[in-house]
Structure formats: C-alpha cells, structure tokens
Design a protein around this ligand. Structure first.
Ligand code: CP
Length: 304
C-alpha cells in the first residue's frame, strides 16, 4: 500500500505514467466510468477548501465510486478533542481511500502511519500540497507539451504558499528548469528550499521583488495568493495582500505564449480583466485537477 504525502513519493517514471493516465481519462472518460464501482473515498478536511475537496469528490463520482467525509474540524469529532490518529483508524473502517487536509504540517503523515487505507495529503499547513502539484504538472504538460527548458516565475507568497514548495520539489527533477522567485522581502522562499532543494541540486534561480522585471523572460507565471490564514497578525497581512496585482498592462511585457497559472482561490493578485487573455489558464487548471485526481485514486487503489 502506498500513500501520497509529497510529489517526491512518486518517481519520475511513476509521475509520467500518472500524467499519461490522466490524459487518457480526459480524452476517454467513458472508459473509466465504472472503474471504482463499490469503492468509497473519504474526504477529511479540517481546513476550508473548494477545489481540492470537490475535485476529489467529483473524481471519485466520475469513476463510479462513492464519497463520504467532513468539510471542517467543527463538524467532526476533532471538535471534541479526537486525534488525527484515532480518526484515521476509524475512517479506515468506512472507506477504501482517504484525502486529508489539515492546518498542521505533518498531520497527513501522522494519519498515514496509523491508516490501513491509502492516505493522500490534500494540504498540510504551509508544508506541501502534492495533488495541486500534480494538477499544475498536468496543466503544464498538456498545454506546453514538456517541462524541460522552461523558465518559471513563482510570484507572491513564497514563504507560506505550500503549492509553490511542492511544485519546486517536483520540477527540479526535469532538465534545464530555471526559476525566478518573485516576492517581497518578508515573503521570500524558506531557507530550506533555497539551500536544501535549489542550491543543493544546482538548480538555477534568481530572486527579485518587481514582477515587471521578471515578466519578459518567463514561459510560465505562477501567481499565488498571500496566505492570510498563516499570518500571525492582521496588520502584516493587510500590508502584504496587494503587493502584486497582475493587470493587462503588465502583461504587455510578457511573451505571447507565456502561460499564467494560479492554484486559486484568487483574491486580488490577478485582475479579473486578465481572465479573457488566452494566456490565462487557471480555470482550465482547476479542470485538470479532476483528471489527475481520478488518475491518482485509480493508481493508489491498484497499488493497494
Ligand atoms: N488550490 C486549492 O487548494 O484550492 P482550495 O483551497 O479551494 O482547495
């Protein structure tokens, strides 16, 4: 039995197979309509979510399976003090596979250690969000055709943005990737990623504050929201929240075929006027999230 805590839990070959399966699911959905008949997915969400929880549920329903779960800590027995370890032991009696989101880093790992069903980390604090990374990779692969040779700008809250941390981990395994890390001083990428991931693996990267300076060289611009829920005080959040706003004017500096990704939800960091630009693919990205989660559920149940 395998769990998914980080994108690195999958080898490059396994990842390629998963993306190929997701691609086949996109083009031949009927082939998979009964693939999980009789199987149940539990979604245990201790933190708010729209895309991750509902795309997991949509994925399982598309596969002919069923779903159960809770969407907040308050509506589960966590509110009475039950531990994640106890909860997963119980969920293991009710479902065949579980996706868990929790505000504490490492909570999904704790669950996996006590689980007798595959556990998928659907986001643990500011740490990792591997299924968002699978979604991002499928989007890039489907729309660009490859990962190698890309210059990728990651913009916004690089300190708390777990999607960015997971994406960097996954992409450094491909050749000739270059990162431009665009953030205010206070929201720079954590030292452990700069040192242990980028420097250690000789991955080229630059850090800068102005989005306009980075724009002309980017093949992909990955915008992120300032993570309000991870700030210790409201004042710091308010100071940072509108630091970057992508507008049509700023896009005049970008390549014609640059792709704009965003894990969503968006707050102010992309002006709605950008949504009609053909380079804006963030809503398409949310659709790819269903295909890749279908592929992941099928794969983890097969490995069980
Ligand atoms: N991208 C993402 O994780 O969105 P949700 O918080 O809505 O699940």
């Amino acid at each position: 039995m395998r769990h998914l805590m980080s994108p690195l839990d999958l080898s490059v070959e396994e990842l390629d197979e998963l993306l190929a399966l997701a691609n086949d699911i996109e083009h031949n959905p009927v082939k998979y309509a009964h693939a999980c008949e009789g199987k149940k997915l539990a979604t245990c969400f201790y933190e708010p979510s729209t895309r991750t929880r509902l795309s997991f549920e949509s994925a399982m329903l598309n596969l002919g399976g069923s779903v159960l779960g809770f969407s907040s800590a308050d509506s589960s027995s966590a509110a009475k003090g039950e531990s994640v370890s106890d909860t997963i032991r119980v969920i293991s009696c009710y479902a065949d596979i579980c996706a868990i989101r929790h505000p504490k880093e490492g909570a999904a790992l704790v669950a996996s250690l006590k689980s007798s069903i595959p556990v998928i980390n659907a986001g643990d604090g500011g740490h990792q969000h591997p299924t968002q990374t699978l979604t991002d990779l499928l989007t890039i692969y489907s729309l660009k055709g490859e990962f190698s040779g890309l210059t990728i700008g990651l913009c916004g809250d690089l300190k708390f943005g777990r999607t960015v941390h997971s994406l960097i981990h996954a992409l450094i395994r491909y050749a000739n990737i270059r990162f431009v890390l665009i953030s205010p001083e206070e929201l720079r990428i954590p030292d452990y990623i700069r040192e242990d991931v980028l420097h250690k693996n000789n991955v080229p990267f630059t850090e800068m504050e102005r989005l306009e300076d980075a724009m002309p060289e980017l093949d992909i611009l990955y915008m992120t929201r300032v993570q309000k829920e991870r700030f210790f005080n409201e004042e710091d959040y308010v100071r940072m929240k509108d630091f970057y706003i992508l507008t049509k004017d700023k896009l005049t500096l970008a390549k014609e075929d640059m792709m704009i990704l965003h894990p969503l939800p968006r707050v102010n960091e992309i002006s709605v006027e950008v949504d009609d630009d053909p380079r804006a693919v963030y809503f398409k990205q949310a659709q790819y999230g269903v295909y890749v989660r279908m592929a992941l559920i099928l794969t983890l149940l097969k490995w069980r």
